[in-house]
Design a protein around this ligand. Structure first.
Ligand code: 1YM
Length: 641
């Protein structure tokens, strides 16, 4: 009986824990958007990766099932099924209590369980159903949950057994809860990208992927025996490279450091940091250590070779990293993360370890590979030259900025100077701009009309970008400068508006203008997006007014189709908006400007490597990859709304 009592108490505790997750899902998985949804998969996969890191699992299989659920399977030891001291099978504790898996806590190289350190129980709480099968000790043990609560009976206190097996491993199937998530359709593109990344960081692991919703025949296998060297090679696959990938490795203060670097003929750097297999979007101490040491090593080579004369200043860090693609991966026994999203590594010893490994190992390599060394220094020289030109252009621009808050009279600014309340609408076309100026709330809403399509910054050099009138006007209006590869003058604290809202027609041209603007922000003012200041207005396509009752706005053809179905018998008038320019100021206010009634879509970066790749594919100079991407994703387009 005593056992029974413990079980009751712990199950009450369990429900409270799961309820907390369901009440505030964002706290546990970041968000309830598609990003949070995909995160469910990563949480489960991370447990299997932990099992790999512990030395017991070599293969993971991920399947997006036809019915919308996801299955993750591994060939590890299987989650323990023995009776825990609390009186229930350990597996059930793992899936029903927050922060179960205490055994992981002193495991040397835990993965920190994903972005927010949450695990299987969170995924369980946010799933309509979860099915767990554990192959262990000769049998297949079975458990099942509904919204986090077990719904099958234990047999003599143990998990029911489905049959015998010689294999070991864990298989988890779960269906995300539509009551929690804005969408319950996983993004195959994002999941694949994350799995590929996981394979790069774990050279001895293979990961299979199936998307049965689309093509049951297609089975992808991610496996990268070359590890992060393969990673940089692939990141650079569409660039003209000027060195082979360089691999540096070492251990210091118990921290294992791996670095892969390759240069290509492009004016930008791409340095990515990982700690215990987790991507650090905001970088951190490992990147600082790497950058400081590498800059120092290269500057002393430049002096040694006479590329920098006595009177010359050192190359700057960004000069040295011009054209660099690098992946820095550290394994830390006790990682600490800081920042709002906990994606910045904070341990000072990680900086020391990385710096030490780089300053010792880089000379070993470059002493023997002079061609590579010369290629790196030549990238730095080019950068320094352009930096000096850009600095001049920037000084001119900044000087102008001081005098022209009004941005050539194009900006209709708002009255308030309280940035936290102000919004700026970037409006396509002068006529829509005119209506918007009349319709807006002058106190808080500024309007900046732009004419036609802005320059595609992905295809233009920095001086062209800075010479472009529309772009200059935007930089001046936002007030926080811009950043590029040769120094960073961007200061988000100077931003004059809390929301930057792109307002373009709901047609192909409008979408193109939106994409061009997003490319500009993404490449030159990425903090605007990272900190959630960029939005796209969603003007409706139709207004329907029934003979009796309230009129309503419809945002796409699907909504119209549904409306038609619902109003088969009643008559209604249908108005189609061709463009923003056609709406009168009142309509524009109600549909697009009024914070009470409008719809905005916030832009967020789901996966940095992927976003950069896709921007390159969609906006860069190469046509064939763009075509291929469009063909592959044409089917997703309507669903991604
Ligand atoms: C498809 C998801 O979760 N695999 C998995 C999880 C565990 C183990 C093995 C495991 C860990 C340990 C010992 C240990 C987990 N165990 C626990 C806990 N795949 C998946 N594979 N034996 C097996 O850490 O000592 C939590 S996760 F807490 F029960 F040990």
């Amino acid at each position: 009986m005593a056992k029974q009592k413990t079980y009751d108490e712990s199950s009450i505790h369990v429900l409270e824990g799961l309820e907390a997750v369901r009440m505030r899902p964002g706290m546990y998985i970041g968000s309830t958007s598609r990003k949070g949804l995909n995160h469910l998969i990563y949480e489960i996969v991370d447990n299997a990766v932990d099992e790999h890191l512990a030395g017991f699992c070599t293969h993971i299989e991920v399947t997006l099932e036809k019915n919308g659920s996801c299955t993750v399977s591994d060939d590890g030891r299987g989650v323990p099924v023995g009776i825990h001291e609390k009186g229930i099978p350990a597996e059930r504790l793992v899936y029903t209590t927050l922060h179960a898996g205490g055994k992981f806590d002193n495991e040397a190289y835990k993965t920190a369980g994903g972005l927010h350190g949450v695990g299987s129980s969170v995924v369980n709480a946010l799933s309509v159903q979860m099915d767990v099968q554990v192959r262990r000790e000769g049998a297949v043990h079975h458990d099942h949950f509904v919204r986090g609560v077990p719904d099958i009976d234990l047999v003599d206190g143990r998990l029911p057994v489905l049959g015998k097996t010689k294999e070991t491993g864990t298989t988890v199937n779960f269906t995300p809860d539509p009551e929690i998530f804005e969408t319950v359709r996983f993004s195959a593109t994002e999941v694949k990208s994350r799995l590929r990344e996981t394979a790069y960081l774990n050279p001895k692991l293979t990961i299979g992927f199936h998307d049965l919703r689309k093509d049951p025949e297609e089975h992808l296998v991610f496996s990268e025996p070359d590890g992060i060297v393969g990673f940089v090679r692939d990141l650079n696959k569409s660039c003209e490279t000027v060195t082979e990938p360089v691999f540096l490795e070492g251990t210091d203060e118990g921290i294992q450091v791996q670095v892969a670097i390759q240069y290509c003929n492009e004016f930008r750097e791409n340095v990515m940091g990982y700690c215990n297999n987790i991507y650090n979007a905001d970088g951190g101490t490992h990147l600082t250590g790497f950058k400081t040491a590498f800059t120092q090593v290269m500057n002393s080579y430049a002096r040694e070779l006479g590329i920098l004369k006595e009177k010359d200043q050192n190359f700057t860090g960004p000069d040295i990293r011009n054209g660099m693609t690098a992946v820095i991966s550290v394994k830390h026994p006790d990682p600490r993360f800081e920042g709002q999203t906990k994606t910045k590594l904070d341990n000072p010893d990680a900086a020391r370890a990385t710096a030490k490994v780089v300053s010792e190992e880089a000379p070993h390599y470059f002493d023997r590979n002079l061609e590579a060394l010369k290629a790196v220094l030549s990238c730095a020289e080019k950068s320094a030259k352009i930096r000096k030109t850009a600095e001049k252009a920037k000084t001119n621009l900044l000087a102008k900025q001081k005098y022209s808050f009004d941005t050539n009279g194009k900006l209709a600014n708002c009255i308030s100077r309280d940035a936290s309340k102000c919004e700026i609408f970037i409006v396509e076309g002068d006529s829509a701009g005119g209506s918007a100026k009349t319709a807006r709330d002058r106190e808080y809403q500024a309007i900046l009309p732009i004419r036609g399509k802005i320059l595609n910054v992905e295809k233009a050099s920095i001086d062209k970008v800075l010479a472009n009138a529309e772009i200059k006007t935007m930089i001046t209006a936002f007030g926080c400068g811009f950043s590029e590869g040769y120094g960073n003058d961007f200061d988000i604290t100077k931003l004059r508006y809390d929301k930057i809202i792109i307002m373009a027609d709901a047609d192909v041209d409008g979408a193109h203008i939106g994409t061009l603007l997003l490319t500009l922000f993404y490449r030159y003012m990425p903090e605007l997006i990272n900190e959630g200041h960029v939005y796209v207005a969603m003007p409706p396509l139709y207004k329907v007014v029934p003979q009796r009752g309230e009129g309503e706005y419809l945002y796409d053809d699907k909504a119209l189709e549904q409306y038609r179905k619902r109003h088969k018998n009643g008559k209604f008038t249908l108005q189609r908006y061709k463009g923003l320019g056609e709406m009168d100021p009142d309509q524009l206010w109600e549909t697009t400007l009024n914070p009470e009634t409008r719809m905005l879509r916030r832009i967020e970066i789901a996966d940095p490597g992927l976003s950069s790749d896709i921007t390159d594919i969609l906006m860069g100079t190469d046509v064939p990859p763009r075509k291929a991407f469009i063909y592959e994703h044409a089917g997703d387009a309507a669903l991604d709304v």
